[in-house]
Design a protein around this ligand. Structure first.
Ligand SMILES: O=c1ccn([C@@H]2O[C@H](COP(=O)(O)O)[C@@H](O)[C@H]2O)c(=O)[nH]1
Length: 210
């Protein structure tokens, strides 16, 4: 899948399905080919464990790593501090509310706030913990851009080019809508990986974004 791609076309995200199957050596191969790799392992544990995991992830030479903001300020601060002194540290961001979740699913976890309110709350907590940005849906991007400024990274899954299957995602936008809303990066999985011609989809998305 990766062979025909170039680092100029896209960054690559390695989630835990691939990481569990292929391991850190595969990540090293991708960085060795010059790709910026987002290691999307969404750490969520006690502060000491998450800090150690972040430091180990940084050792793979990846571009970006993430934790869950719902792990709390102490956990996020420990993660940030673990990267101090690391040469070329990865960007450290936090997942707010998974883009697959709607109001009903969020309520099912015991959170009575609307997704947009909970995203805002967790993004503020992430910013005050000194992280570089958040994972959110593009639907929340304009609100967060205004509240947290131009430098705060907004990384947005739940991106669906017009006509593509929504699948299990709830809070979705097209690439062009996401860009207009002020996102930093779009994350696109199945619309590319399950396409008959993945390269063509990447080219089209890049054209839409340009
Ligand atoms: O809130 C989140 C956080 C992470 N993801 C991840 O992004 C991709 C999206 O894949 P699609 O196939 O485009 O739906 C996937 O790896 C998720 O684990 C997310 O979707 N939402």
């Amino acid at each position: 899948f990766v062979a025909p791609l170039t680092p100029a076309q896209c960054k690559l995200k390695v989630g835990f399905e691939l990481f569990v199957a292929a391991g850190p050596e595969f990540v090293r191969q991708l960085t060795g080919r010059g790709f910026d790799v987002f290691l999307d392992l969404k750490f969520h544990d006690i502060p000491n464990t998450v800090a150690s995991a972040c430091k180990a992830a940084a050792g793979l030479g990846v571009w970006m790593i993430n934790v869950h903001a719902s792990g709390g300020a102490k956990m996020m601060t420990a993660a940030r501090e673990a990267l101090q002194g690391v040469e070329n540290p990865p960007k450290l961001i936090a997942v707010t509310v998974l883009t697959s979740m709607d109001q009903a699913q969020l309520a099912g976890t015991g959170v009575s706030a609307e997704p947009v309110q909970q995203v805002q709350h967790l993004a503020q907590l992430t910013a005050s913990s000194g992280l570089d940005g958040v994972v959110c849906s593009a639907q929340e991007a304009a609100m967060l851009r205004q509240a947290l400024g131009e430098d705060f990274l907004l990384v947005t899954p739940g991106i669906r080019p017009t006509g593509s299957d929504q699948g299990d995602q709830s809070r979705v936008m097209t690439p062009a809508q996401a860009k207009a809303a002020g996102v930093s990066y779009v994350v696109v999985g199945r619309p590319i990986t399950q396409a008959v011609d993945p390269q063509a989809v990447i080219v089209q998305i890049n054209a839409d974004l340009a």
